[in-house]
Write a protein that binds this ligand. Structure first.
Ligand code: SF4
Length: 273
């Protein structure tokens, strides 16, 4: 199905083929595609730049259930209010400053958010909260974000996720989390030389970040620190530098609509980065 991009007016099919001009598409038609968890591991380990890591993530097809779901939403399961827009329908690559000293780790793309726009946390209520807070903190160039190509830039911070494909009911399986973990490991590893702090949005991102740090040989406190809003622990990278891990309740509507997470609480967590 070919529809008009909401910013550029170009027409794209859903899901969007790699390298066809979608704003922010990091891949080309020759970007290697992971078809199995083993291939995710080898392609993640062999990449030596954030740009190429994002490209490989954005074309990954290693989890059959998630590939089927993200593409079904992108074609036959589109939300009525977005029916005239093309859907990205691919994994969400990292977004933001590739040389950032701070990372934000989320859970997974939303079916009608990142899976539609191709950019992490863009085009849904969670993103409205997150980007408004990042704008208040001086990390984002505008307070809202509704489509790739809308001009938003992040400075000094990069957003990644535990699982890069939209999962049914927002619940990836253990196997899917494990399959996607090498992408996060490599994100952390490439950021490590300059990394100062990580904000984990929710307990799944918290556990995934601790797991990635352990696999990379970082010193992680034992017993495993428990997630909580505002909890902060120091991780020690192999070169001896400390990286601060800060926990925050996820910016999901479940938390923001109920008042479990307020703007002041999110601002305070971001300030600790
Ligand atoms: Fe690949 Fe991760 Fe998506 Fe699985 S969830 S298909 S490993 S990007």
């Amino acid at each position: 199905m070919s529809c008009e991009h909401p910013v550029t007016g170009q027409r794209f099919d859903s899901p969007v083929p790699a390298g066809t001009g979608w704003p922010g598409d990091p891949a080309t038609p020759t970007t290697p595609v992971a078809l199995t968890p083993d291939q995710v591991s080898s392609l993640a380990r062999s990449v030596d730049s954030v740009a190429e890591l994002d490209a490989r993530i954005s074309v990954c097809r290693a989890c059959p259930r998630l590939v089927q779901w993200r593409e079904a939403v992108a074609t036959s399961g589109r939300r009525a209010s977005f029916a005239e827009q093309p859907y990205w329908g691919r994994p969400g690559p990292g977004f933001g400053d590739p040389t950032a000293e701070r990372l934000i780790v989320g859970l997974a793309p939303a079916a009608n958010g990142t899976n539609r726009t191709g950019r992490m946390f863009t085009g849904d209520r969670s993103g409205d909260w997150l980007y408004a807070a990042l704008f208040r903190a001086g990390y984002a160039t505008q307070p809202d974000s509704w489509a790739s190509g809308d001009g938003l830039e992040l400075r000094g911070i990069r957003i990644v996720a535990t699982v890069r494909c939209a999962p049914p009911a927002n619940k990836p399986t253990l196997a899917e989390k494990a399959a996607c973990a090498p992408w996060l490991d490599r994100d952390l590893e490439l950021a490590a030389p300059r990394l100062r702090s990580v904000l984990a949005l929710g307990s799944i991102a918290w556990d995934a970040t601790l797991g990635a740090a352990r696999r990379l040989g970082w010193a992680v406190p034992r017993p495993k620190p428990r997630f909580g809003h505002g909890v902060e622990v120091a991780l020690t990278a192999p070169d001896g530098r400390e990286v601060r891990l800060v926990g925050s309740y996820h910016v999901s509507q479940q938390n923001t609509f109920t008042g479990k997470l307020t703007e002041a609480m999110l601002d305070a967590a971001i300030a600790r980065l």
